[in-house]
Design a protein around this ligand. Sequence first.
Ligand code: UFG
Length: 350
Amino acid sequence: MAQVLITGGAGFIGSHTCLVLLQAGHRLVVLDSFVTSNPASLRRVLELAGGVASERLTVIEGDLRQPSSLDRAFSAMAGRCDAVIHFAGLKAVAQSVHQPLLYWDVNVGGSTQLLSAMARNGCHTLVFSSSATVYGFPETIPIQETAPVLPINPYGHTKAAVERMLADLATSETHWRIARLRYFNPVGAHPSGQIGENPLGPPDNLFPYVSQVAVGRIARLQIYGDDWPTADGTGIRDYIHVMDLAEGHLAALEVLWNEQPQLLTLNLGSGIGHSVLEVVRAFEAASGRTVPYGVAPRRAGDAARSVADPSEAERRLGWRTRRDLETMCLDGWAWQSSHPDGFSSQASNP
Ligand code: UFG
């Protein structure tokens, strides 16, 4: 049993990863500000983990940028932190354009504080939540990890900056064990429908938008462009089921613990691209609902295609995605239909 600090553990990817780690027998301390997440997710995680899992989860409300919050989190581990998984951060591209300093402060400043606290507490194993956004407009599809890092918005700049900081650290102090995981498009939910994505306000991303249209919370989807150079004219992305992604984090931790200190940089994606229209059709089939849509102009900053080459993650982690688009939609619908208003849904929050 390892002790792992999870920053941002109440969020979408964080909560699913907490469940996978608890089920693998680890002890967790979650540090979360709950600014963009809901503590109810962690209560659900405990219900799903069952048994005596509650003895292996400590939740601390705090902000990474405050050393006192980090001190409380490390104290809760009584001097033994075997690894940190760092999810905490802001991720809305449009908001980052309007509030760049906030993004640099939370995402980069928060990471700097975290790394200092890890060093003070003798913990040198880190899995960092990065993003395919660091590739900007990729020249070659599928995208390999060796592709240029050229982000095109402040959110992407902060992810690339933390990646750079981690590389500098790994060069200067060779005992660090670090994985930089570049996620493609995480979607879906735990198949129980008890935890899932819970965006505040109207969603920015396609999948939660489609599911809120299907459940009747939003009237219609706007497809951002049907004139892209793709087979049906709509944008293509590499969607990854959040449970596959969560399992990828456990696989990365095990490799970091079992191998020599190293800096790993890996794409976590399926390697399969789906268009916006394919997602709409798959969601309609899974939910039995119609998803009305219109076509709007292209969204600024979008690329026609983003698809991972996941072969390096398969080779290094012995991990690959197992859940297809249909499963992503069925599980996403299990969550959305039972929680039309997310964690604040009355019916599901007795
Ligand atoms: N789309 C629509 N209508 C919507 C929302 C999205 O047509 O209401 C389209 C987009 O144009 C794109 C596709 O659906 O073609 C996927 O868009 P998302 O916003 O769901 O995802 P992105 O690929 O644009 O971006 C996401 C995250 C980023 C992250 C990136 C990683 O928002 O933070 O994946 O590749 F960096």
